[in-house]
Design a protein around this ligand. Structure first.
Ligand SMILES: *Cc1c(COP(=O)(O)O)cnc(C)c1O
Length: 222
């Protein structure tokens, strides 16, 4: 697979304000290293164990993002080094990250994952639950997490109108929360994958998570 060429083609499509997370789940270290040698520094994984194992084998200046469902008992393994957690979907998880980060004297950047897709299996806060949680405002007492924005995964469908409505909804929520609850630090909107990132960018995404367009089709599904 011509990873270097794929990356170069992808970069042409990304406006300068959009950050690229290269989603390397299921791909071997050699592939990640190829992307690294082509200049990519931010990689995303969706399984803590796989993330920790790859981190140990790859260059130290890689910024690792956790993009998948995270159980509280796996937080400790990531906290020493993870650079952004996209998938915070509960108050409990936020509190555990805060507590573990304190032990390591770190402040960890996190995104709140919002459920925007029609599929039930996808994780995340409902808009109502998130607004309710933020309105009761226990999060300002968390000193070792920094809420940087929102993340969402759109429905898996060819219907562009559905995907567009989901992205626009998430962008509107991001704007609302930014104005109502947060300051300029709440600047990240993580939406868009290989199949839908151009649309996500048109809807205001600032961070895209792209795997198969860089590394090729996955041989098994995770
Ligand atoms: C796998 C994954 C991606 C990347 O998917 P591609 O279709 O390979 O680009 C993005 N976001 C999340 C949460 C994922 O699990």
């Amino acid at each position: 697979m011509p990873i270097k060429e794929n990356l170069a083609e992808l970069k042409i499509l990304l406006p300068p304000q959009v950050t690229l997370v290269a989603v390397s789940k299921t791909y071997p270290e050699a592939d990640i290293l190829q992307a690294y040698q082509a200049g990519q520094r931010i990689f995303g994984e969706n399984r803590p164990q796989e993330l920790v194992a790859k981190k140990a084998l790859l260059p130290a200046d890689i910024q690792w993002h956790m993009i998948g469902n995270l159980q509280t008992n796996k937080v400790r393994s990531l906290v020493p080094f993870v650079s952004l957690i996209h998938s915070v979907d509960s108050e409990k998880l936020l509190e555990v990250i805060d507590r573990e980060a304190e032990r390591y004297d770190r402040v960890i950047d996190v995104l709140l994952e919002v459920h925007i897709a029609r599929e039930q299996s996808k994780h995340g806060w409902s808009e109502d639950d998130l607004l309710h949680y933020l309105a009761q405002a226990s999060y300002p007492t968390l000193t070792h997490v920094r809420l940087r924005g929102l993340m969402g995964v759109a429905s898996y469908t060819d219907d562009q109108a559905v995907v567009q409505a989901e992205f626009e909804g998430l962008a509107a929520l991001h704007k609302l929360l930014h104005e109502r609850f947060f300051g300029p630090d709440f600047d990240t909107l993580s939406m868009g994958m290989s199949g839908d990132f151009p649309l996500a960018i048109r809807c205001g995404s600032t961070m895209v998570r792209v795997g198969s367009s860089i590394f090729g089709a996955r041989t098994y599904n995770k």
